[in-house]
Design a protein around this ligand. Structure first.
Ligand code: ADP
Ligand code: MG
Length: 334
């Protein structure tokens, strides 16, 4: 009954509201995430895109509560998961009931997520030993084989005894994904999970995420600097720039009618199939410092449409249902 009610509710799985995450460093306070809001429904994939340094990783580290120590702290906003604000939950509670369990994460480089001195069996068994204390060794072994099968690693019974260095890059990333989904999370955050892999393997891993979502109904946050990946995999896309979301909407709307000049710039920098380009377009200039970000639009210095008004932070304008962007060019559409 209860489970049924839960599935029928239209409440989003995740609601992030005005999240502010700072890193207190010797040089000053870095406002890495500066008022980020978005929501994610069950079974859906949200892409977070943006150039390096825009705050994508620290947004996700805030959600899973793995901020750099001792500098990182959430200083404002809320992160509601299934209606519960997890920002104020103590670390002990997060470690026991949330991280790896309800919320799980796959990092960019599988080498940093796997320990070279332990076998795949040891590492795959870890989430089971941690979250399901009553499982027997035999049950853990069977469950680990099942997980390797789920991520399409061939001959999983034989592979279990291997060490990470005996796996290819793509296989290691599959093993890391297996560990991340072992305790059946409701939210899987993947932080640039294919950036360290070559293009054919990237496509296979993205395909794996899609299949796992179909099979398990897991919600996914896919962090990527690659608009092509976002287009393939995501239902909704949030574009981050200098600690803020500058545009968010259904993937189709974002790609058909990008409203923010920054999104337009990112889209121009995707290589087009069948079209030979001498050099890929890159948006000129650099993002502003997050120690002391400008008061106005943070993209203004690099924007081809800059106006005097841009010295004031632009309002967020809703363009169509669920699609909004923060830019003065859209003022007339408000
Ligand atoms: N551990 C850290 N120590 C100091 N600065 C950091 C650390 N992690 C991230 N930053 C800084 O915080 C900002 C946001 O970083 P990040 O969230 O990693 O961006 P992205 O994932 O979009 O590349 C950047 O300016 C980055 O240099
Ligand atoms: Mg990152």
């Amino acid at each position: 009954m209860l489970a049924n009610n839960r599935q029928q509710t239209s409440q989003p799985l995740l609601e992030v509201n005005d999240l502010q995450t700072h890193l207190v460093l010797g040089r000053g306070t870095l406002k890495a995430v500066d008022g980020v809001s978005f929501s994610l429904n069950r079974g859906q994939t949200l892409g977070i895109v943006g150039e390096s340094g825009s705050g994508k990783t620290l947004t996700s580290m805030s959600i899973i509560r793995l901020l750099p120590k001792p500098s990182g702290r959430i200083v404002g906003g809320s992160i509601k998961f299934d209606g519960i604000d997890i920002v104020s939950l103590p670390e002990k509670e997060i470690a026991k009931n949330w991280r790896g369990n309800r919320i799980s994460m796959v990092l960019q480089d599988p080498l940093t997520s796997l320990n070279p001195v332990y076998s795949i069996a040891d590492q795959l068994g870890q989430p089971f030993r941690y979250h399901y204390k009553d499982m027997s060794r035999r049950e853990i072994r069977d469950a680990s084989i099942e997980m390797l099968r789920k991520v399409r690693i061939p001959a999983p019974e034989k592979r279990l005894a291997s060490y990470p260095h005996q796996f290819s890059g793509g296989m290691r990333q599959r093993a890391v994904i297996a560990m991340a989904i072992a305790a059946k999370p409701e939210l899987l955050i993947a932080d640039e999970p294919t950036s360290a892999l070559d293009v054919t393997i990237q496509i296979q891993i993205m395909d794996l995420f899609r299949k796992l979502q179909e099979e398990t109904g897991v919600s996914i946050i896919m962090i990527t600097h690659d608009m092509g990946v976002a287009a393939q995999l995501c239902d909704r896309v949030a574009v981050m720039y200098a600690g803020r979301i500058v545009e968010i909407g259904d993937a189709r709307d974002i790609f058909k009618r990008p409203a923010h000049p920054y999104t337009q710039g990112l889209l121009q920098s995707i290589p087009k199939i069948g079209q030979r380009q001498k050099r890929l377009y890159a948006i000129p200039g650099q993002p502003p410092s997050l120690f002391n970000p400008p008061k106005g639009c943070r993209f203004a210095d690099r924007c081809p449409h800059r106006m005097p008004k841009c010295d004031v932070y632009p309002p967020t304008v809703e363009l169509e249902s669920g699609h909004s962007a923060a830019c003065w060019l859209l003022e007339s559409k408000a």
